[in-house]
Design a protein around this ligand. Structure first.
Ligand SMILES: Nc1ncnc2c1ncn2[C@@H]1O[C@H](COP(=O)(O)OP(=O)(O)OP(=O)(O)O)[C@@H](O)[C@H]1O
Ligand SMILES: [Mg+2]
Length: 329
């Protein structure tokens, strides 16, 4: 397979071409993303690490579509899956920008709710090398509630993805039930918890993971949220609760646990990393794309690593995928 984007990275890989999973093609959409929406104001090339009481300069600035869920939606749509978003924004400039960017990325926004009583969420990203400090104003993100979800909508989709558990304060207690309802409606499901900004790491895995087909945390998130001291300890606590557990490990790649087996896959070398913003969401998009196309799980993991690496070749989470990614299988 050759993957081409307008980024600097081109990857040649052999993916198994057997596609055993049979999809019901009569549904109007492939993927429903329920989640948070915000803008990212990204400041790059800082003159020093910012400190309270001092001022530093940034040599570069970008305003982009933020939020883990939106980056995932835009990137899986650019891989070619019909994707729709259910979230909430304010009736303001950032809300309009967010919707416009989703539409530009071929994501259906008919289920995005506009709530004039609140403001669209925003994250200021202070980017240094391959990591960053973020400050987020939740705004409308915190106002999305289970009562905003028309469950009959699930019939139009093959798959449900939810991300950013700790940012969705109005929804997080009900996420297990939402996944369970989606599974009952015949959808497969995926979940990326993301970082807990309050670092309390409270989550009821027993309520959520039995209804999750693919769980996609990163290494630190799974360790903190299971109150463990190491990755093996964390994995042992939860790996049997969901069908597939994939742990993202940045430049070291990923490790996946499925049906009693584990597969470690190194990352693809990008000689010129611009930033790693959205690498995890891009990884998720690659994995779910391959999963819904029916590839075996080891191939899903391989494609996920490729898409994660491609994301690091350009600024922000979606830039590397703004032109349609082409596959030659
Ligand atoms: N510097 C890099 N070079 C190549 N590939 C990378 C790099 N950083 C990340 N990746 C790929 O992207 C995947 C996901 O990245 P990462 O582990 O940073 O996810 P994450 O911590 O969930 O990120 P996010 O902050 O987007 O939520 C990795 O498993 C790897 O395959
Ligand atoms: Mg992540």
């Amino acid at each position: 397979m050759i993957i081409t984007t307008h980024s600097s990275l081109q990857v040649c890989e052999n993916l198994d071409k057997t596609l055993p999973r049979i999809r019901n093609m009569s549904k109007p959409f492939d993927v429903l993303v329920i989640g948070e929406l915000n803008i990212d104001l990204i400041l790059n090339e800082l003159s020093a690490t910012p400190k309270i009481g001092a001022e530093v300069l940034a040599n570069e600035m970008n305003l982009t579509l933020g939020s883990s869920s939106a980056i995932f939606a835009a990137n899986i749509a650019s891989l070619g899956l019909k994707t729709s978003f259910l979230g909430k924004v304010g009736s303001d400039l950032f809300g309009r920008f967010t919707m416009e960017e989703l539409r530009k990325g071929n994501v259906d926004t008919t289920s995005v709710l506009i709530d004039a009583t609140t403001k669209t969420g925003a994250t200021i990203v202070l980017n240094e090398m391959e990591d960053r400090a973020n400050v987020t104003f939740l705004g409308a993100m915190a106002n999305l509630k289970m009562t905003d979800i028309p469950f009959e909508l699930f019939d139009q989709f093959h798959h449900l993805h939810i991300s950013s558990f700790y940012f969705q304060t109005g929804l997080k207690e009900d996420i297990g039930y939402i996944f369970q309802s989606a599974r009952k409606a015949g959808l497969t499901t995926s979940f990326d918890m993301q970082w807990d900004p309050l670092e309390k790491w409270e989550i009821n895995y027993d309520q959520i993971l039995p209804h999750v087909s693919i769980f996609l945390p990163n290494e630190l998130e799974i360790i903190h949220s299971t109150k463990s001291r190491s990755l093996p300890e964390a994995v042992n606590k939860i790996k049997d609760l969901c069908e597939i557990l994939t742990v993202k490990m940045g430049v070291r790649g990923s490790i996946m646990y499925s049906m009693g087996n584990s597969i470690e896959h190194p990352s693809y070398h990008n000689p010129k990393v611009i930033d790693a913003i959205g690498a995890g969401d891009s990884f998720n998009a690659g994995f779910i794309y391959a999963f819904l196309k029916g590839y075996p799980v080891d191939q899903c993991q391989k494609l996920a690593n490729i898409i994660g690496a491609i994301s690091t070749t350009m600024a922000g989470g979606t830039t590397a995928f703004q032109k349609k990614v082409s596959f030659r299988l």
